[in-house]
Design a protein around this ligand. Structure first.
Ligand code: MN
Ligand code: MN
Length: 314
């Protein structure tokens, strides 16, 4: 049986040294015996504009070396109750998107079959489709909290059905989502038609555009969303471009007027009490992130996700 791993502390090994795993946790080559595993998916061949998200997992892990194990604001101590490790990266085929989607689905199917909750370091947003496919086998159609500047419900892009701008259209078509239990937060920017955000609403999604979030706490919104999503399984998919490029410039398709870092934290902390069965943080592109702040923010958001994984029954 796996141990209750603790991140390697800064008084045992300088934070700029030691293992380059997520939060300097032990690496594992199997999800067996773990409640939660961090998994990297170094894929950006589904992206439409600036590349670089393939480098996201490595850089998020590097910046995560500053993270300590306790959440001072929420008092969560996830490593005291959950067995957590870093499962490494999915060996995608960077020359073949369709093959990579299949590889990711098979990888996650194995993880989920071992009763392990996946927390994913992306990678572009096309990776959520095979993850949701794998989750459906165990959980059926799931609820979703999707933070993003974009709806990612295009029918096709350049004629292609699987891209980082289409995963939630495919997910609806394939019955992977319970449309009445989906919330999209932070949508904004210029569109192709006035109806771009109407298609998700027609599926029953709650769409919260970024301008509806400006200048206010999102804690009340999250109370409403918890009521909307109720007791069933919920997946969190967090596209870092949901946040404003002032906070998260290192991404492929930035849009101005986005959410703040604090609002991002409020959203994740507001998931406490939901039955979170997996989560991802996608679209960090280190080449556009010279300060490292985007990856640091991504690492922190992943830690916050870990802090809201249900402990009960473990
Ligand atoms: Mn986006
Ligand atoms: Mn996205």
């Amino acid at each position: 049986m796996a141990d209750y791993n603790q991140p390697l502390g800064g008084n045992q090994m300088p934070r700029f040294g030691g293992p380059s795993t997520m939060m300097r946790l032990p690496a594992t080559d199997t999800a067996s015996g773990y409640d939660v595993c961090f998994i990297g998916v170094p894929l950006d061949i589904g992206t439409s504009h600036r590349p670089g998200a393939r480098l996201g997992p490595r850089q998020i892990r590097a910046e995560s070396s500053l993270l300590r194990p306790y959440n001072m604001a929420t008092r969560a101590a996830p490593f005291d109750k959950l067995r957590v490790a870093d499962l490494g990266d999915v060996p995608i085929n960077t020359f073949n998107l369709a093959a990579s989607i299949q590889i990711i689905e098979e990888f996650y199917t194995e993880v989920i079959a071992q009763n392990c909750i996946p927390l994913t370091l992306g990678g572009d947003h096309s990776i959520v489709l095979p993850i949701l496919r794998a989750l459906k086998v165990r959980h059926g159609p799931v609820g979703l909290i999707h933070i993003d500047a974009h709806s990612d419900t295009n029918d096709t892009m350049f004629g292609e059905a699987v891209t980082h701008g289409t995963p939630f259209r495919r997910a609806v078509e394939e019955g992977l989502l319970d449309g009445s239990r989906v919330a999209q937060i932070g949508l904004r920017g210029s569109g192709y038609t006035a109806e771009d955000f109407d298609w998700p609403r027609q599926q029953g999604f709650r769409v919260v555009e970024a301008h509806e979030c400006w200048h206010q706490s999102l804690t009340p919104l999250m109370t409403e969303i918890r009521d909307q999503l109720g007791a069933g399984p919920v997946y969190i998919s967090f596209d870092i471009d949901g946040l404003d490029p002032a906070f998260a410039p290192g991404t492929g398709t930035p849009e101005v007027g986005g959410l703040t870092s604090a609002q991002g934290l409020e959203i994740i902390r507001g998931c406490q009490g939901l039955d979170i069965i997996g989560a991802d943080l996608v679209e960090v592109s280190p080449p556009y992130d010279p300060s490292g702040n985007t990856s640091l923010l991504g690492a922190n958001l992943l830690f916050e996700m870990l802090c809201v994984i249900p402990i009960s029954g473990k």
